[in-house]
Design a protein around this ligand. Structure first.
Ligand code: ARG
Length: 284
């Protein structure tokens, strides 16, 4: 009964970045080799996680993404290259890729907006895109106990206040080997690494892609905890003032979980204005 009331209130207030199913990392459980150094999640603990599937001779897992409203999801721009919107679809309420989940629903894509500067400042630059879901009733996704939106940061949101951040996805253990995807959604706890450190010569300094202010590095410099192939587009969620905020979008990295090669994410706060404008355009 109480649970029902909470669901109704959440539905009414449309609070972003909250969840009914908690997930505390169990340090006694062995980390999974998928999403490098992560843990299996309880169903519903990351209710904003979406799965982006592509039809390449049959629907298959392609990327992650994050739900930010009833009709809008964010992902990485590189997830959309060479694909038409008819070859893509979005699943919400997904947990186990090898079965039908109770709260899962599939949506076609009505519109894609790739950032206009994608790849203009290097091969991984401005790696962000907005997707509008197509739904028959045009109301879009119905939020429930297992499907909720995540909050978007403001341009000035100080992510250093975040005590911990979590990256989630079904990504593969071996990069680009989609046959080694994780069945159950994985989550890994990662530290934010400041830009100055990330630009060091022994990290990502002097490479084909300069670490731009619009990027964010996160992981573990000793290696072992990271996102990997198939996690792209998925959320790096940080808890700020009790709410989960979409702080990063999984974008790139040199291999996965290697020493001195943290994951590089699109810094969502950098795009706050572009996102507000694009989402407004798409929703109206
Ligand atoms: N590019 C990969 C993808 O398309 C994800 C890269 C993230 N890599 C990392 N080491 N954090 O799924």
């Amino acid at each position: 009964m109480l649970r029902l009331i909470v669901i109704l209130i959440l539905d009414y207030l449309e609070v972003c970045g909250t969840r009914l199913i908690n997930h505390f990392f169990n340090q006694h459980e062995w980390p999974q080799p998928k999403i490098i150094g992560g843990y299996s999640t309880p169903y519903g603990a990351y209710p904003w996680q979406v799965e982006l599937q592509a039809n390449i001779g049959g629907w298959e897992h392609h990327c992650g993404g994050a739900l930010v409203s009833e009709t809008i999801a964010l992902t990485a721009a590189h997830c959309l290259k060479n694909l038409k919107k008819s070859q893509l679809r979005i699943l919400v309420g997904k947990h186990n890729l090898s079965k039908n989940d109770k709260h899962e629903k599939t949506y076609k894509i009505q519109k894609i907006l790739v950032h206009p500067d994608f790849r203009k400042d290097g091969p991984h630059s401005h790696d962000i895109a907005v997707l509008k879901l197509h739904s028959a009733n045009s109301k879009g996704v119905r939020f429930d106990s297992h499907v909720q939106p995540i909050c978007l940061p403001e341009y000035h949101t100080n992510i250093n206040e975040a005590n911990w951040c979590t990256v989630t996805g079904w990504g593969a253990q071996k990069q680009d080997d989609m046959t080694s995807l994780s069945k159950v959604l994985q989550a890994a706890s990662v530290h934010l690494i400041d830009l100055e450190t990330c630009r060091h010569d022994d990290i990502y300094g002097g490479r084909h892609q300069f670490i731009l202010d619009s990027m964010l590095c996160a992981g573990n410099l000793e290696g072992g905890v990271d996102a990997c192939g198939g996690d792209s587009g998925g959320p790096l969620a940080c808890q700020i003032n009790g709410k989960f905020v979409l702080t990063g979008v999984v974008s790139w990295g040199d291999g996965c979980g290697k020493k001195n090669r943290p994951g590089v994410y699109t810094r969502v706060s950098y795009y706050a204005d572009w996102l507000k404008q694009s989402i407004f355009e798409l929703e109206t």
